[in-house]
Design a protein around this ligand. Structure first.
Ligand SMILES: Nc1ncnc2c1ncn2[C@@H]1O[C@H](COP(=O)(O)OP(=O)(O)O)[C@@H](O)[C@H]1O
Ligand SMILES: [Mg+2]
Length: 294
């Protein structure tokens, strides 16, 4: 933080100059813009919630994207046990099946345990793990503090993995573990990660843990560090225990039931559904997005 602060002040005292390379004419910038394309997520009910608009004979039409926008950096947030890990594991398996290599940075659980989960998810999705296992590259930041606590090391390792294995998708489960005990750096770290994903043309899923004190389905993602302002897209996962007749009535459940909810909090790359949806974790351990609450 001190270093950041110092740099800021040094910059303030420089003689102001024009930064030519920061200026784009839209005509040129659009040539560098990627095509808006959906990446199927492997999560039932999710892919239909993103769309794009096109002009057809002068009329604006809404078209389904069929997944999250490619090259998006997506933040998946929620308290513990809401299905965040299941969701990114399904996504990982799906990309590997589609032949697109994935880097999976695990920050909480050692690589062999995550791999066990990935194999479970593959089986539940009807995909043979043997056929996809060479497409998933794990980076074990759970077991190695030098990866977890030194972001430059982590990014150098990831860059190496991306080049070596032609990786197109990066998962981080979770980014919260990368700024443990230095939460004032959360935004700086997430910004670095975000810029890296853009530079390396990754479609990325960042899991972030929400504290239970934060309102369940609020935009106060990632523990209120305003991370949702940095990333392209935020999805919020929640669970609620039905304790009152009123809740039972609005959710059409019984007292004592758990209701799982899902919402896309925002996505700046494409159009998206804005309703709160029921979510389900199936008996085989797969996350499924259900119908909207109303
Ligand atoms: N194989 C499974 N079968 C049924 N339920 C499962 C299975 N695996 C996980 N779950 C349930 O899904 C919940 C959410 O899991 P997880 O994705 O790990 O949550 P998070 O990453 O949000 O903490 C778990 O608490 C568990 O109840
Ligand atoms: Mg998890």
């Amino acid at each position: 933080m001190d270093r950041e602060y110092k740099r800021y002040h040094e910059e303030e005292h420089e003689k102001p100059r024009v930064i030519e390379e920061g200026i784009w004419v839209a005509e040129e910038a659009i040539k560098k813009a990627p095509k808006l394309e959906g990446v199927p997520t492997g999560v039932e009910g999710l892919d239909d919630l993103f769309f794009k608009t096109e002009l057809q004979d002068g009329k604006v039409v809404k078209k389904p994207l069929g997944g999250i926008p490619r090259y998006a950096v997506v933040n998946i947030t929620g308290v513990s046990d809401t299905g965040k890990s299941l969701m990114v594991e399904q996504y990982t398996v799906k990309q590997a099946e589609r032949g697109e290599p994935v880097a999976f940075i695990t920050v909480e659980s050692p690589a062999p345990f995550v791999t066990m989960g990935l194999r479970e998810r593959a089986t539940a999705m009807g995909i043979d793990f043997e056929k996809i296992k060479d497409k998933i590259i794990l980076i074990d930041a759970a077991s190695h503090a030098t990866l977890r606590e030194n972001i430059p090391n982590l990014l150098a390792t990831l860059a190496h993995v991306i080049k070596t294995y032609k990786v197109r998708h990066t998962i981080i489960d979770s980014i919260t573990g990368l700024y443990e005990a230095k939460e004032m750096l959360a935004r700086t770290i997430v910004r670095q990660l975000f810029n890296f994903m853009k530079k390396w043309y990754q479609t990325a899923l960042f899991v972030s843990q929400k504290r239970s004190s934060h309102e369940e389905l609020s935009a106060e993602a990632a523990g209120g560090f305003a991370i949702s302002h940095i990333v392209d897209c935020t999805m919020v996962l929640a669970k609620e225990l039905i304790m009152t007749k009123y809740q039972a009535q609005i959710y059409k459940k019984e007292i004592g039931d758990i209701v799982r909810l899902f919402r896309i909090d925002g996505c700046r790359l494409c159009g998206h559904d804005t309703k709160t949806h029921f979510m389900e974790i199936t008996e085989t351990g797969l996350v499924k997005i259900g119908p909207p609450l109303r």
